[in-house]
Each structure stands twice: as C-alpha cells, then as structure tokens.
Design a protein around this ligand. Structure first.
Ligand SMILES: [Zn+2]
Length: 473
C-alpha cells in the first residue's frame, strides 16, 4: 500500500492481512457481519455578521465489528484501529448464538464509481475558504440595502472505508462531500424576514467556488427573504396544495420514504407493511430510490455493508413494488439487499436508509397544475418538519409559499404549515408535473440517532385536500 493510497489512513497500526484474519476468526461463526474500518476528516466554516465565527477541523478513525445471527446483532466499536482493540471488541460477539445454516453470501462486486477519491479539504488552502465566505457576505450585502444579516456555511468531509468480511470479501470506498449554505435576513419598516439556499454534493470544492454557483445561491436566498417581507398570514383549512419541484420532495422522503425501509416492514410497524402489490398511491405516482447517481449528496458507490447501490423502484404507477433493504432485513424477509445499508460512522451499526429518493416526472404542465386550483397554496420551499416515521404523520413549515387564487400564483404567505400523513397524501395526488428536479444537495436524514446525507426530489405536484395550518384569523 503506497502513501498515496487513501487506505493507508486505515492501516497505520494494523495491516490488511491481519484485518482479514481477524474478520475470519471472529465472524465465521455467525450468519453475517463485517469489520468496518473508517478514517474521516471534516471541516466547517461559519461566517456570520461579516466575521469568521467558527472554523472546525476534525479527524477520526476507528472500527465497528458486527456479528449477526438470526435477527440478533452484536456490535462493538473503538476509535483505535489495532489488533488488540479488535480482539477486545470481539468479546462482545461471544454473546451471539452460532449460525445454524450456511453463512450469508458476500455482496456482489462492482466496478461502479459515483465520485472521485480526492480529498476536498486538502486541495484548497484555508485562506481561500475564508475568502469565499467574505466574498459571499460582501456580495449579498451589496445586493439590496434591505439585507441586514448574512450567514455563510462551508462544510466538507472525506471518508475512507474498508469493509472486511469473514469470507475474505474486502470492499473499499472513498467518499468526498461538500456543502455551501447562504442565510439572509432582510429588514424593511421594522419587519425582519429570512431566506436560505444551499448546494453541495460528492465532489470537490471547485463547484462551490464557481462564482456563478454561489451568486445564484445569494440570488435565491435574498429573493426568498425579500419575498417574505411582502408575505401575509397564511390561510388555514383543507385546500389543494401545489408543491414545487426539487426540495419539496423532502415531504415524500419523510412522509413515505421512511415507511418503505425494510426494518419497519419486517417488524410490521409501517403503514406499508405486507402491502407489496397493493395500490398505495394515485395512478401516475412512481417513487424511486437511487444511490447510483454520480456526485449526488445521497449517492454511494457501495453502501456501508459493501452492497453496490442501485436504482430501486418503490412505488410504480401507484402500486407498491418493494422496500429499501440492508442485508439483515433482506435476509430475514427473503428479499435482496438493495444497497441501502447505511451508518453514520464506524461507531454505528448499519440499518436500511434512503439514498436519493424521488418521484419520477409525469405528463402535466406545471403551469397547468396551478391553473387547476381556484383557491389553495403553492409551496416552493420547506424548512423543518416533524414526522412520526412509522405512521407517516407529518407537519412541515413552508419557508416560501404563495396563495393560489383563480389559477394564478398570488401573494406570498407566511407561516403556512402542511399537515397530513404520508400514505393518505399519495392517494390524493391529482397531477404530476413533467419537471422532475432533484434537490441541490443539502439534505440530512435522521433515524435512530444516526444522521446521514440524503437526496430528495420530485416534479411539481398537485395534491387535493391537504390540511394547511395557517395563522390568518
Ligand atoms: Zn429521513
């Protein structure tokens, strides 16, 4: 292993042969499992009120040793990659029953690569990253005299992993990730409103340093803040809602996507459990999870169990077709792993997670979908949401939304929340636009205390009878 091979970060006090030998020694008695080695570097710059407020740099390395027998998992981790530490961790696995049948087959091999292996952090000098934040701050303030506060966040990480199995299977992945966020507060006549835009993906800093890209982020964030200065109280009640393309797909992710993850379905706690082949959505609704799209934030070359990512059809023309699987749930359900076994880091055991989850385009003209609404809401961007994963019940707050009056987009509204439940929402889709867009690469998905980057997307959607929680009397 040469010094230029990123894997040298994993093998400073352990050699690859020893890793294979230890995996064989401690995992052969079980149905499945792996020794997961990881080195990660991350940095974050926060620029606020014209000054650099935070500059963090962090590296970590460690391993997670997991043995699986039946539906029982034993997992131990440590932040020291050495033979002694792995031997100590292996004591935990002695609690597992030995396997009764053949061990699970290793993942398929792949030559696919969804991103390059270069480390984004080390390729750009520190001073250049601070200067970019300064440039964005100055450009945003110069854009409009009403801009009173600017926040800029620049983040990157680089993760090197090896997955080593008892059967001699070894898979490696090197994952770059970058993200830029621009946050604006505008003030007029004593009223303050905010706007935000972010972008990123599994690539190097170059794209974020492209002037056209960050200027566009400023345009969108400033535009949103100024629009919100004009906003009036949102109406309340049940009404048709048009969701814009792209990021509003986060509603699909939260309200439906989690319910299609294999663990909830194996345990029978999802609204979609046992319903493969059933109609769960309106005709025209097709939902996909695809981790194999180049350079997307939610993409992976292989998942955290070594399974190559792929395109999985979850719902096709309204019919439930499949679930998102890691190895454990796939095996217990008699299904195939789909490349969705993900973990936050070496210190966490994998579970079924989404990658990039989106609804495919339909045939409707987006403008025509708005024209079909006499009185309703056009939701262009969302902020935070709250979701009960198993029932799919959600509350989302719109960060940019408009009233639709007489088939036209009218005044911006403030404080609109969308309330509903995922399984019902999908049956109320009345129109699917021809304008599928994926989000711009800022999503973070939380589940079971683990955060992973994820992508969302959708075309313009017309949904009938969503409950809008507004603030208008
Ligand atoms: Zn999520």
């Amino acid at each position: 292993m040469t010094g230029s091979d990123p894997r040298h970060f994993l093998y400073r006090s352990l050699d690859p042969d020893a890793a294979r030998r230890l995996a064989n020694k401690h995992l052969s008695a079980h149905d499945d499992g792996e020794l997961y080695l990881q080195y990660a570097a991350s940095e974050a710059f926060g620029f606020d009120d014209g000054r650099l407020k935070t500059a963090d740099y962090h590296t970590s390395s460690g391993f997670g040793l997991r043995g699986v027998s039946g539906e029982t998992t034993a997992f131990a981790h440590a932040n020291e990659i050495s033979e002694a530490a792995i031997e100590r961790a292996a004591a935990t696995l002695k609690l597992l029953d030995p396997r009764r049948g053949d061990p699970a087959a290793p993942p398929q091999r792949t030559n696919q690569a969804m991103y390059g292996a270069d480390d984004p952090l080390s390729l750009v000098p520190f001073a250049d990253k601070v200067r970019l934040c300064q440039q964005i701050d100055a450009a945003a303030r110069a854009r409009d005299p009403r801009v009173v506060q600017v926040g800029v966040n620049l983040l990157a990480s680089w993760s090197v992993i090896d997955i080593v199995r008892a059967d001699g299977f070894v898979a490696s992945d090197v994952r770059p990730l970058v993200r830029l966020g621009v946050y604006i507060v505008a003030e007029e006549n004593g009223r303050r409103e905010s706007g935000h835009h972010g972008l990123g993906g599994r690539y190097l800093y170059g794209k974020l340093f492209d002037e056209a890209q960050w200027k566009r982020a400023i345009d969108i964030a400033v535009g949103q803040a100024l629009t919100n200065l004009e906003s009036v109280a949102a109406p309340a009640g049940e009404m048709p809602v048009v969701l814009g393309p792209g990021w509003p797909g986060v509603l699909l992710h939260e309200a439906v996507g989690h319910g299609l993850e294999g663990d909830f379905n194996r345990k029978g706690t999802s609204a979609f459990s046992g319903r493969i082949g059933d109609r769960v959505a309106a005709p025209g609704v097709t939902v996909i999870d695809d981790g194999a799209i180049e350079q997307r934030r939610g993409s992976l070359t292989i998942d955290d169990e070594g399974t190559p990512t792929r395109r999985t059809t979850l719902i096709e023309d309204g019919i439930l077709k499949g679930y998102l699987q890691d190895r454990l749930n796939a095996r217990l359900m008699g299904m195939e792993p789909t490349g969705n076994g993900r973990r936050e880091s070496f210190a966490h055991a994998p579970m079924p997670r989404m990658t990039n989850t989106f609804m495919l385009a339909g045939r409707d003209d987006p403008g025509e979908l708005v024209e079909r609404v006499k009185d309703g809401i056009y939701a262009k961007s969302f902020g935070g949401g709250q979701v009960d994963i198993t029932s799919g019940k959600f509350v989302f707050s719109c960060t940019e939304a408009y009233r639709i009056r007489g088939g036209r987009i009218a005044e911006p509204v403030k404080g609109a929340t969308l309330i509903g439940d995922g399984p019902t929402v999908l049956t109320r889709v009345k129109g699917v636009g021809n304008d599928l867009a994926l989000d711009e690469g800022v999503g973070v998905c939380g589940k079971g205390g683990q955060s992973v980057p994820a992508g969302v997307g959708q075309p313009t959607l017309l949904i009938d009878g969503l409950t809008v929680g507004g603030t208008a009397a």
